[in-house]
Ligand binder design. Structure first.
Ligand code: ZN
Length: 141
């Protein structure tokens, strides 16, 4: 037998991250013929076995960032909000509740989203409300 298979307790050279260099290690654990866990004989740190002088993985070539020129729908809505906001009478806003009845263009006050204007009554028990940071579909009576 010319080649002696490695086994736990054998010495092996491995890169140690703590020492920052290749050092002698003792194999702690093996999976089949491959050492998986080694202990550095210099710093006594245990870590995964790293093959010495392993070819570095090629960093995935960075694709040039493609700039998306697509309009951000929220940006459009925020703009819409900014145009409408001066006309809002915030003191007339009604506190939002899922059981509330709201008219088109009514101002509501939502506990999370703040002031909003009813843009659309979308079918059954739903309405589209424009808030400062975009429109949301809310429940209503
Ligand atoms: Zn070490």
């Amino acid at each position: 037998m010319s080649s002696t298979p490695l086994s736990a307790g054998d010495y092996i050279a491995s890169k140690c991250t703590k020492c920052g260099q290749e050092t002698n290690h003792t194999i702690v654990a093996m999976v089949e013929d491959v050492p998986v866990k080694v202990q550095c004989n210099t710093c006594n740190g245990t870590h995964k076995y790293r093959k010495p002088a392993a070819p570095k993985k090629k960093a995935a070539a960075k694709k040039p960032a493609t700039r998306r020129t697509k309009a951000d729908p929220q940006a459009v809505e925020r703009q819409q909000w900014q145009e409408l906001e001066p006309s809002f009478n915030a003191s007339a806003a009604v506190a939002y509740s899922m059981d509330g009845t709201f008219k088109l263009r009514a101002l509501i006050n939502h506990p999370t989203f703040g002031l909003g204007q009813v843009q659309e009554l979308t079918g059954t028990r739903k309405m589209l409300v424009l808030f400062a940071d975009g429109s949301k579909v809310l429940r209503c009576a």
